[in-house]
Ligand binder design. Structure first.
Ligand code: HAM
Length: 425
């Protein structure tokens, strides 16, 4: 029987992994430049954690979680990273050690959605969370960091959408205003929206059903019910984005699919590459109540997550990757021991090496060196062995020279460092 991967869950094979690594490195570098440190939390958490933080009446909790019973524990594969990070922040009393905490993370998330381009059941997120900074400058800087990262990756046609969802009191007022608005038109809503009306009318605003969208188009705007403190925060965010010259649009209907947001919410989209309909690269916002709701002291928080698969779809195929690394070809079994020691010396200088011990012909070894994208190639035959030299080929410039055993490791390092500095490694 031939096995296949689970629907909506993908393999990343080695021809694709260099692009993944480039993206992950660029994210990690950007996050560190902005003062974030890495946190790693488990892939599995107690189901209740997600129900409490994401909200019972959300698509994620209602129908997308991979939940299972293990002995007495109700567990779930994490659908996102914020709940676990905040659980860890509270559990380890990080607030008692640091006034402001900046964390980044990277890893697989799981949602049982209908798979399509840019939407998968196992997907990778990279995200950042800040605890202890009430903003709005932190909010603006976070958006600016993301835009900067996407630009570095060559992703164009970016759009930053922002909104304010207000604090708890505002949210309550807005729920009432929405209930009042939707109730007389309940018959025009989808069955699912009718069900949500009594429980969480906010979720009707992001319904994908055209019937709901038509009714929602006339709904009151959250921005009209913001209180003074919320409005001041939102104005501060806009001023800071203006100062950073980061363009944005205000979208009063941007409610996002998770219930924990307060005040700032934002999404970054792109029309670039092969993205198609799933064009939201990153989404996030403030969740000033979550730390307290999970048992910690009242602590403001903001964060975002970006979907790595979507970013890869939007990233331009970079020009042919630069050559790097060294391939060693011993010709004949007598040359093998010396080839192995040279390989070790070159690796000790930080250069990737593959030494071919299969005893293949020169032609087939050359083909492999080329397909691996190696920069340097060392040929060691019986004649070279007796004279204490090797042939060093530069596979980019198509040149060849003879180098002594004592100098070869350093010569390869010099050749490969040049290609790494040009952006290869
Ligand atoms: P989210 O909007 O649910 O937010 O997801 C963030 C990003 O993850 C999306 O913009 C998208 O790029 C990617 N994504 C989500 N679902 C899928 C999927 N099924 N397949 C592929 N990519 C997907 C959150 O998860 C929040 N935790 C963000 C956050 C952090 N808010 C505050 N802190």
């Amino acid at each position: 029987m031939a096995f296949r991967a689970v629907k909506g869950m993908n393999d990343v094979l080695s021809n694709d992994s260099p692009r993944w690594q480039r993206l992950e490195r660029a994210f990690q570098r950007q996050a560190r430049l902005y003062g974030y440190e890495e946190v790693r939390t488990p892939v599995v958490e107690h189901t209740d954690l997600f129900v409490r933080s994401i909200g019972e009446v959300t698509d994620v909790v209602e129908k997308e979680m991979y939940s299972f019973q293990h002995h007495r524990d109700a567990l779930t594969l994490r659908p996102e990273g914020t709940a676990g990070a905040t659980r860890a922040y509270v559990e380890h009393k990080v607030y008692a050690r640091e006034t402001v905490t900046r964390w980044y993370y990277l890893g697989p998330m799981f949602r049982a959605e209908r798979p399509q381009r840019g939407r998968y059941r196992q997907f990778y997120q990279a995200g950042c969370e800040i605890y202890g900074d009430p903003g709005p400058v932190a909010d603006a800087e976070m958006i600016d960091m993301l835009v900067g990262l996407f630009r570095q990756l060559g992703i164009g046609e970016l759009q930053v959408a922002i909104n304010s969802l207000g604090g708890s009191a505002t949210r309550q007022r807005y729920r009432e205003a929405l209930t009042e608005y939707f109730t007389p038109q309940v018959g025009a809503l989808s069955a699912h929206a009718q069900e949500r009306l009594g429980k969480n009318p906010l979720r009707i605003l992001d319904s994908k059903d055209p019937k709901d969208q038509a009714v929602a188009a006339g709904a009151p705007s959250m921005l009209d019910v913001l209180d003074d403190a919320d409005r001041e925060h939102f104005d501060g965010l806009k001023r800071a984005l203006d100062a950073l010259e980061t363009p944005y649009v205000v979208e009063p209907r941007l409610v996002r699919g998770l219930d924990y947001y307060t005040r700032t919410s934002f999404e970054i989209r792109s029309e670039a590459g092969e993205l198609g309909a799933q064009n939201t690269l990153a989404g996030g916002g403030r969740y000033d109540n979550m730390v307290e709701e999970l048992g910690g002291p009242a602590t403001p928080a903001i964060g975002f997550a970006m979907g790595l698969e979507r970013i890869l779809l939007a990233m331009p195929e970079s020009a042919a990757a630069d050559r790097a690394g060294c391939y060693i070809m011993p010709l004949g079994s007598a040359a093998l021991p010396k080839a192995l020691t040279i390989a070790r010396e070159v690796r000790a200088r930080g250069v990737r090496v593959e030494c071919d011990g299969r005893g293949q012909s020169l032609k087939s070894q050359m083909r492999r060196a080329d397909s691996l994208g190696m920069r340097a190639c060392i040929v060691l035959g019986e004649d070279e062995l007796s004279r204490g030299v090797v042939q060093l080929k530069d596979l980019e410039k198509h040149t060849q020279r003879e180098v002594s055993f004592t100098e070869i490791a350093e010569q390869v390092r010099a050749l490969c460092t040049v290609s790494a500095e040009a952006g290869g490694a």
